[in-house]
Every structure is written in C-alpha cells, then in structure tokens.
Design a protein around this ligand. Structure first.
Ligand SMILES: [Zn+2]
Length: 298
C-alpha cells in the first residue's frame, strides 16, 4: 500500500505469533532506491511478501534497513532481508548491544516460534551505527535520525524531511499505548522527552511500528503525553492510599488484566516509580524479590 508519494507500507498479517499485533515495515522509495524502516518478523511469509511487494513497485535497490529498536518483531527479519537485497543494516549502538543479549533473556512464551526468532535476531550485525542527527539519502530524499529512547534505550525514529513523515517505531503506535519497561532498557522520563521532541517536528503523518497510520500526529502525541501524566498521578494517588508495591498498584490500575501481561504491567508501574524517584518524589527500597515505595511529598 502506498501512503504518500514516496512511502509504502509493507504490511503482513501474521497470525501465529503471540503478543503485539503485526509489526509494520515501511519502504521509502525514490529514483530507483529504497530504504526500509524496520524489518518485521523473520518467517517465510513475512519476508517473501515484503520482497514481492518491492517487485510490484519496480524493484528499487534496497540500500539500507533502518531498525528502530532491537525487539524481534521489528528486527527479526533484518538478516534475511539483508541477504536477499544486499542492503546494510543500520541501528543505534545501544540496540546492537541489546541484540547481543537477546538469546540470554527470559523468554516471553518460550514457544518454538520465539526460539526461531531469537536465533534470527542473534544473526544480526550492524553495518552502520546510527546517531541522533544523522541524515541518510534515498534518491533525492533525506531521512533524519532521531534518538528517541523510551521503550528501549537506543530506540530511533526517522523523519522524512520532504514529506514530513515521522516513522515512530514503538514510541507512537497506531492504536493503544506502548509499554515502557523500567531502566536499564526503558525509561519513562526519557520517553516523555522523546514524545515532546517528536511533537515539535510538526509532522504531517506518523507511520507507526504497529497499527494504522496516524493522520493527526500532534494530537496523537499529546494524548500519549497526557496519558503518561495521568498514569503518574494515579500512581501517586495509590501510594497515598497505602499501596506500597508495584504489584499492588498494577492490580488497582488494571483490575482485569490477562495474567500473561502482568509482568509487563508491573514493569510499566515500576518505570513510573523510577521516574518519580529520580525527581525526589518517592523513595524505593528493595525488599526480597521486589521493591517497596514510600511517598516523599506528603
Ligand atoms: Zn513493537
């Protein structure tokens, strides 16, 4: 599907995978050249249908695959797409480090598909490290890299200057909100800073890592910023009511949560608490396996 004159959405609906809905892969195309933003899953259907789509638009030469962050729904297909096209893989060095750690991390569901994806991610090597402010050329077009930590320490967004299109990775999704894990991977304070920076770009369109395109970028980003501030107020209110652990708070915030999502939801509460701790508004202390918090401003 074509989103703008130069931007194509290479969307594949992958049923068998658990977790987030299908990741989007985008191609920015000009003068017979293409840059892919993210690589999607590594399975045959995903990789083949993306390569087939590129053929239908005249088979541009894929110069580069910019991977917004290391999660396997975004990075997983990068090695196979590189092998098929000869493109170089570009990522932030922080994400390259996290890729190396992927095989040793605790599994999400541990199924055979996840095993396969982990193996594919471990094959990725970064041909071009990215830094904030880098500009890549695709034909006559310029893609500017923004280092936008939040869901992951080296997360990047990409801004297509000529068409004011923002590729937002997982920082802004087409539907819903992004899970922000606690440090060292995620960081709530930096996430909100990233959103403010993204808002200031005055983009005309957001191409998100998942879900439909966002046609009112500024409004969408403001909603996400507001949501984080509201959630923070909720965490502080729960603390004043006597909730002292991230798990107790998570149960109050998400009373009917699917148990499989609890670990992620606790992480989300924790990332709010770390932000509040850094601002001197709560204290955190370790107790056994977990963390206990106290308010400081009441
Ligand atoms: Zn994602």
């Amino acid at each position: 599907m074509q989103a703008t004159e130069s931007v194509h959405v290479l969307r594949v609906n992958v049923k068998p995978y658990t977790g987030a809905y299908s990741p989007n892969v985008f191609a920015v195309v000009d003068s017979g050249q293409a840059v892919l933003i993210d690589a999607g899953f590594p399975n045959d259907d995903s990789v083949d249908s993306r390569l087939d789509y590129l053929k239908t638009i005249g088979g541009p030469r894929v110069e580069m695959i910019i991977v917004t962050h290391h999660h396997f729904d975004h990075a997983g297909g990068a090695n196979r797409l590189r092998e098929a096209t000869g493109a170089r893989i570009a990522m932030h060095p922080e994400e390259a480090r996290l890729l190396q750690q992927t095989p040793a991390r605790p599994p999400r569901d541990g199924g055979p598909q996840e095993q396969y994806m982990r193996q594919e991610v471990a094959k990725i090597t970064v041909d071009q490290p990215l830094a904030d402010g880098d500009v890549m050329r695709v034909g006559r077009l310029a893609l500017r890299i923004l280092h936008t930590p939040g869901p992951s320490a080296g997360h990047v967004c990409v801004f297509l200057e000529e068409e004011r299109v923002l590729f937002s990775g997982d920082n802004v999704l087409g539907l819903g909100t992004t899970a922000i894990p606690p440090p060292p991977d995620g960081d709530m304070a930096r996430y909100i800073e990233s959103l403010e920076r993204m808002k200031a770009l005055d983009a005309a369109l957001i191409c998100p890592g998942h879900g439909p395109l966002v046609h009112q970028p500024e409004r969408k980003i403001q909603e996400l910023i507001d949501h984080r501030h509201e959630r923070e107020e909720q965490v502080l209110a729960l603390l004043r009511e006597g909730k002292r652990t991230p798990t107790d708070m998570m149960r109050a915030i998400y009373p009917e949560l699917d148990p499989r999502l609890e670990r992620m939801a606790v992480g989300q509460v924790l990332s709010h608490l770390y932000k509040l701790r850094d601002e001197g508004r709560v204290t955190l202390r370790r107790e056994g396996e977990g963390v206990v918090c106290e308010p400081r401003d009441s």
